[in-house]
Design a protein around this ligand. Structure first.
Ligand SMILES: [Zn+2]
Ligand SMILES: [Zn+2]
Length: 250
């Protein structure tokens, strides 16, 4: 698996920290986890074949995680793209309604032409896909029905929380993962309900016994805080603080 963080930030503009998106090459497929604003452009900058995406997995419907679904569907229908293969889009319940409403708002300009888009609503699901498996886990993010995803291929595992507060489901999702990507929104001193702090991420990673913890989804407030020091109080494994285009091979 090759994993590229396309956006390590949130909806607040910050250099090097764009809204959420992760590009994954797994088995023979090209997959996008979340599609925050600018993900399409950053797929291009990462030299990913954006017009060949097989699947998009959305964690929830906050705009810093899904705004570019619109940009991608709009681009894929252009005649010069000549898209033929189906695009499978996954997300929590509400995905189909979201698409219908967006497409209506954009006067049907998101409807696929020459190819199909198939939407799948998932909560606690196991998907057996060509050469890999994806499991979805309900997360704890306000009243939204957010999910995290765990991808397994060839004995290697990537887990991604999307946005969440502390929950056992995040630990289960990250259990012994080779790469556990957790959102880390705010410092411990400024805890916000619905999101994780560095200490909480570390505790989840320690319980999950993941091989590498990757923190992402940083609000700019972090500039004044030592994230590593907080994580090291309870997690001793490999640690990466993501920026846009941080990538991994697992
Ligand atoms: Zn959110
Ligand atoms: Zn977010």
């Amino acid at each position: 698996m090759r994993v590229t963080i396309l956006g390590a930030g949130t909806s607040i503009p910050a250099r090097g920290y764009s809204p959420a998106g992760i590009y994954v090459q797994v088995a023979r497929e090209r997959v996008l986890l979340d599609a925050g604003a600018g993900s399409l452009q950053r797929l291009h900058l990462a030299k990913a074949p954006w017009d060949q995406l097989d699947r998009i997995f959305l964690t929830h419907f906050h705009v810093d995680h899904c705004l570019d679904l619109v940009s991608i569907l709009f681009a894929l229908r252009l005649p010069q793209v000549r898209r033929k293969k189906s695009l499978q889009v996954y997300g929590p319940p509400g995905l189909k309604t979201l698409y219908r409403q967006l497409n209506a708002a954009y006067h049907d300009w998101l409807s696929p032409r020459g190819y199909r888009v198939i939407f799948h609503e998932v909560q606690r699901a196991t998907l057996r896909l060509p050469g890999y498996t994806v499991r979805s886990y309900p997360m704890n993010h306000y009243a939204t029905r957010a999910v995290g995803y765990r991808l397994t291929a060839g004995g290697k595992t990537l887990a991604y929380s999307g946005d969440t507060d502390v929950c056992d489901s995040a630990v289960a999702m990250g259990q012994r993962a080779d790469l556990l990507i957790l959102e880390c929104s705010v410092p411990d001193e400024q805890k916000v309900e619905g999101h994780l702090t560095p200490s909480e991420c570390a505790q989840i990673a320690a319980r999950a016994q993941c091989r590498r913890l990757v923190l992402s989804h940083f609000y700019p407030v972090f500039k004044r805080y030592d994230i590593r020091a907080r994580v090291r109080r309870s997690y001793r494994g490999h640690l990466t603080l993501a920026r846009d285009f941080t990538s991994f091979h697992i």
